[in-house]
Design a protein. Structure first.
Lengths: 330, 209
């Protein structure tokens, strides 16, 4: 394993410290328990959005804290769920009294820990569980489908509604709708190494790819010989479309997400190849996002997310946002 | 039963778990990701370190502290499951007025039921529930049938061992081992083995006291 690190024990702390210092205009970082909040307090009456998950998926979720998106994020150790004390401390800091929405990716550890936090919280709260990954029904870490890159879309759109004064109930409802309207699938060319483990999470040959990979490198649908980008993209979209069933002339968000080790050049190439497929099907790419948002450490890989849009979703997608990783309209 | 009881049992469990650590680690490397034993050892160590903090607390407060420590210190699914066990036991009705073996069995059974809900796992899925659920049922039945304490505890020790051994031929549907499908067959579940050892240690210790 080759990695920029000092010791595995300090890996997360030093990374959080750097993140906090680099973006001190946008976020505050707190330690023991670890959580990240906006630099400015939650407006009175605004529902607070809190997300979290294992570290190693940056910029998700800390990089999505800021105006128009999250109010707080709870980073666990690398690829390990955060714990209820983190969520409770974060909620204490950012709940203005209007309630808290927890946005949780469907992974067993995350679900159990967020569930406990919700039970221990005294104030009103609700949870949105994302499960957009169409690759596998049950996996090595989940019951049901995995929650992956569409979580970023959920956080943007629900964040916008909360900023506009949406109630706890409305935020929860919209979050569930975005999740239902989204489908994702990923493919990996290389593995990734958790600092504390010191070795790759899985083995993969030089000429192989893991089709349907999860965001920790967990197995997907099958191990294939590597194919052309167009073939890979077409197969990913085929799997997503089979599940999401977008209609002819339906407007969608096309989100090409890098898993950490794939250059933007290749992500844009995938976007082009995806556009070829969607154009042929008369599916309209109305909004787009390309970049590393939901990563898996240094993994070379890509995931594609489609979200079916309507007027409401477009409005909240376009609204202004100012976070470390996503900023537009202000 | 006082806060001191919890710490003493944790110390006894630590000795047994440490002695069996290589075996549990090997089981986990075969069908899991190899970190189970470290999580368990870390959790036990954290509980023992609470000794001075909880020594004067009531049973409910001591168990709450143990639950929070396990939750935040182990993390992941194991932290949530063991945290749920202790958190539920801490809320047991009237436990600050004294805990005899019947009360202990009652709150343990409530804890196991909560863990079952949290993990959404039942008997037969190759997890620690294959030990915890049968043991909990056996303890409750013993109390209902008015058996004496030593009889109940001896039975629980046997049932725990049977449950642990039963995981060998099961197909995993939960947790890491589930991905292995048929390949996980023939291996005892490491979580079932560690919980069986913990139950055996506590039951034997109470039997001999």
């Amino acid at each position: 394993m080759k990695k920029f690190m000092n010791t595995a024990d300090n890996f997360l702390k030093e990374s959080l410290q750097g993140f906090g210092a680099a973006h001190k205009d946008i976020v505050n970082c707190y330690y023991d328990p670890n959580f990240i909040t906006r630099a400015s307090p939650t407006k009175d009456g605004k529902v607070a959005l809190i997300s979290g998950g294992g570290s190693g998926h940056e910029p998700m979720h800390g990089g999505l804290v800021g105006h128009g998106m999250l109010d707080a994020a709870c980073p666990g150790y690398v690829f390990s769920s955060p714990t209820p004390d983190q969520m409770l401390a974060a909620a204490e800091k950012v709940d203005s009294g209007a309630g808290v929405i927890f946005i949780v990716k469907n992974y067993s550890g995350d679900v159990m820990n967020f569930e406990m936090a919700a039970e221990m919280m005294s104030g009103p709260n609700a949870s949105v569980l994302t499960n957009d990954d169409v690759a596998v029904e049950d996996s090595s870490f989940t019951t049901g489908r995995r929650g992956v890159a569409a979580t970023v879309v959920v956080e943007k759109i629900v964040g916008s509604l909360a900023e506009a004064g949406g109630s706890l109930e409305e935020c929860k409802k919209l979050g569930d709708k975005v999740n239902k309207n989204s489908g994702s699938m990923g493919v990996a060319l290389t593995s990734c190494s958790v600092p504390a483990a010191g070795k790759p999470n899985f083995e993969i040959g030089d000429d192989e790819m893991e089709f349907g990979v999860g965001i920790h490198g967990e197995p997907g649908r099958r191990r294939d010989k590597i194919k052309s980008a167009q073939e890979v993209t077409s197969e990913l979209l085929e799997a997503i479309n089979e599940d999401l069933k977008p209609e002819k002339n339906e407007e969608i968000l096309l989100f090409v997400n890098g898993m950490g080790g794939t250059p933007l050049t290749e992500l844009y190439l995938i976007f082009d190849n995806a556009k070829n497929v969607l154009d042929k099907k008369n599916i309209k790419i109305s909004r787009s996002l390309v970049g590393n948002y939901c990563t898996s450490l240094e993994m070379q890989g890509v995931s594609i997310t489609l979200t079916k849009l309507d007027e409401e979703l477009v409005k909240h997608w376009d609204s202004s946002v100012l976070t470390a990783a996503m900023r537009w309209g202000m | 039963m006082s806060s001191n009881f919890f710490i003493q049992k944790a110390k006894e469990i630590q000795i047994v778990i440490d002695a069996n650590a290589p075996e549990i680690e090997k089981l986990d490397q075969e069908i899991g990701d190899g970190d189970h034993i470290f999580n368990v050892q870390r959790g036990i160590k954290l509980v023992i370190e609470l000794e001075s903090t909880i020594k004067d607390l009531t049973a409910s407060k001591a168990l709450s502290q143990i639950a929070m420590k396990v939750l935040s210190g182990i993390g992941g699914s194991s932290g949530a499951l063991f945290g749920t066990l202790f958190m539920t036991m801490a809320k047991g009705n009237g436990i600050d007025e004294g805990i005899d073996y019947k009360k202990a069995i009652e709150i343990f059974a409530q804890g196991v039921e909560a863990v079952k809900q949290r993990g959404k796992a039942d008997v037969g899925e190759k997890t620690m529930m294959d030990v915890l659920i049968p043991v909990s049922n056996c303890l409750k039945k013993g109390v209902e049938e008015n058996k004496n304490k030593n009889e109940i505890l001896s039975e629980a020790i046997d049932i725990a061992e049977k449950g642990m051994l039963s995981t060998k031929d099961l197909l995993a549907t939960k947790g890491r081992a589930s991905f292995l499908g048929e390949r996980a067959k023939g291996h005892i579940d490491p979580g079932a083995r560690s919980s069986q050892l913990m139950i055996k240690t506590v039951c034997e210790s109470v039997l001999n006291s």
